[in-house]
Ligand binder design. Structure first.
Ligand code: ADP
Length: 490
């Protein structure tokens, strides 16, 4: 890349699965003083075009099989000067034909280059290391930039005994894509601490993950809850001996039933953590404090199912109507964070004004915090069901539905209602060959929630739609069912 003229501060983008060349790029780009821009390969062409142009990427490193993603936009990437195909040798027949851009194969370039010893030792610690775009509710994705200082401190935080404690004797497998918040920072910390790292490659199935975890004796694996729901399905069919000391689960709420299944049935501790692109992402981590070990098993599970306590190094507030909300486990407010690995702006974006105040990040997540400091996420502001002026937590309803032994996945969304503004609808995917009735779901919820929280209907689906990083895509359900309770024909 140095030969190609990459300089300090230049943006170099990757469009790649979790593989070893991508991992090499994770280090090569920042060590040059350039900025590692990991591009989400599941974005629409329009968003791909927007973010590559907005970041003004100079070089693209692209997995060979992902090249077709660029075909529709190739003529609209004016800042890109060079394409490096992450493969063995250049196959010009397959390469995009763009006269403005020179093309090389990664391994060809490596074979011609000599080992580099002169890194940029004077790089200031606040220089940019990387950037990642996060989805916005409406409009284009928003860019978040990471500094060397922030990522170094975040990597240390991932090694703390009371977080994921990644260490030299671990074999760590990030299932979370390397284009999703730097695979939660795992590549940086795992390599720094000398752990082994297992990269699952393109679109791994739950069967692939189980095989890899078993063959490679993975000790820590990290991914969103839907990944672990899929893995649980495989393990329930065929018990496989695993060496996991921890499944790290975050990105959306880990259902308590999932934590219980992993621990009781598979004997694997499932640790729940919370964060966002803007927090690099580690912000809170759920561990049971030693002083709480006398609680009943159910109470312990309830605490471990929360999003956890603040990771050392960050500051946290709970805010509502311009005031701090008490940490009493009941009062709800918006979570705010500040700290060395928390963004304080969006990259060249006027939307910065809506989400940051005095260096604090306003997350848009509604939570309670207990006197012990455990954060319990009630909902994303945009997912809360606002029924007759009151709030209903879609997450709480989902967690209870997913505790039903015949339920595989469930999502609850608010849809317009003529009288109450919004009412909840539940979407349920039964496990294979199981039958569930609407009445069973309502009876289950009635035991835990007041009548006005109960969904107006339960709709059975084959699958809950997922976002580009595997979270439930509630927006799609909201759009599809927006007239469900207002349609007089129904
Ligand atoms: P996207 O908006 O595309 O999902 P992020 O990965 O940055 O991008 O999403 C961060 C959001 O994900 C948080 O603001 C929060 O709403 C949700 N989230 C992350 N971790 C958890 C968790 N453990 N429990 C519940 N929600 C979570």
């Amino acid at each position: 890349m140095k030969t190609l003229g990459v300089k300090r501060g230049d943006r170099v983008a990757t469009l790649a699965w979790n593989n070893y060349r991508h991992l090499e790029a994770y280090f090569a780009i920042p060590l040059l003083g350039a900025v590692l821009h990991t591009v989400n390969l599941r974005l629409s062409s329009e968003h791909l075009r927007y973010i590559i142009n907005h970041a003004e990427d100079r070089i693209l490193l692209v997995d060979e099989e992902l090249l077709p993603l660029l075909d529709p936009i190739w003529d609209n990437l004016p800042t890109v000067q060079h394409l490096i195909i992450l493969g063995e040798h250049l196959n010009l027949a397959k390469s995009p034909k763009n006269p403005m851009t020179s093309v090389s194969a990664y391994e060809d370039l490596l074979a011609q280059a000599s080992p580099m010893v002169d890194y940029d030792p004077d790089l200031p610690e606040d220089s940019l290391l990387g950037m990642c775009y996060t989805s916005a509710t409406t409009g284009n994705p928003k860019g978040v930039v990471y500094s060397h200082r922030g990522i170094a401190l975040h990597s240390l935080a991932m090694g703390l005994a009371n977080t994921s404690a990644i260490a030299e004797n671990d074999t760590v497998m990030p299932v979370v894509p390397m284009f999703h918040v730097n695979a939660w920072g795992i590549p940086f910390s795992a390599i720094w601490f000398g752990a082994n790292i297992v990269l699952p490659g393109p679109a791994p199935t739950p069967e692939d993950l189980v095989r890899l975890m078993s063959e490679e004796q993975v000790s820590v694996a990290a991914g969103v809850p839907t990944v672990w729901l899929g893995v649980a399905k495989v393990l329930e069919k065929a018990a496989t001996p695993l060496s996991l000391r921890m499944v790290l689960c975050g990105g959306s709420a880990a259902p308590p039933a999932l934590i219980r299944t992993f621990e009781k049935t598979f004997k694997v501790p499932l640790a729940h953590a919370y964060g966002m692109t803007e927090t690099s992402p580690l912000a809170t981590f759920s561990r049971l404090k030693s002083t709480l070990s006398g609680l009943t098993e159910d109470d312990q599970l309830a605490i471990r199912s929360t999003q956890g306590i603040l990771v050392p190094g960050l500051s946290m507030r709970l805010r509502r109507d311009n005031e701090d909300v008490p940490w009493d486990g009941k009062s709800m407010g918006e979570l705010w964070f500040k700290g060395p690995w928390v963004a304080d702006e969006y990259y060249h974006d006027p939307r910065t004004e809506d989400s940051f105040e005095d260096g604090w990040l306003k997350t848009g997540d509604v939570a309670t915090i207990s006197p012990e400091g455990y954060v319990r996420l009630v909902d994303r502001t945009k997912d809360l069901v606002k029924s007759g002026g009151e709030w209903i937590s879609s997450v709480d309803l989902e967690n209870t539905i997913m505790a039903h032994p015949d339920v595989f996945e469930a999502a609850v969304v608010g849809v317009p209602h003529p009288k109450w503004d919004e009412r909840p609808l539940a979407f349920v995917v039964p496990k294979e060959n199981r039958q569930i009735r609407k009445e069973d779901i309502i009876a289950l919820l009635s035991a835990d929630f007041p009548k006005w929280w109960l969904p107006d209907d339960v709709i059975f689906l084959q699958e809950i739609p997922k976002t580009s990083v595997g979270k439930f895509m509630k927006r799609a359900l909201r759009v599809q069912y927006q007239e469900y309770l207002t349609d007089p024909q129904r």
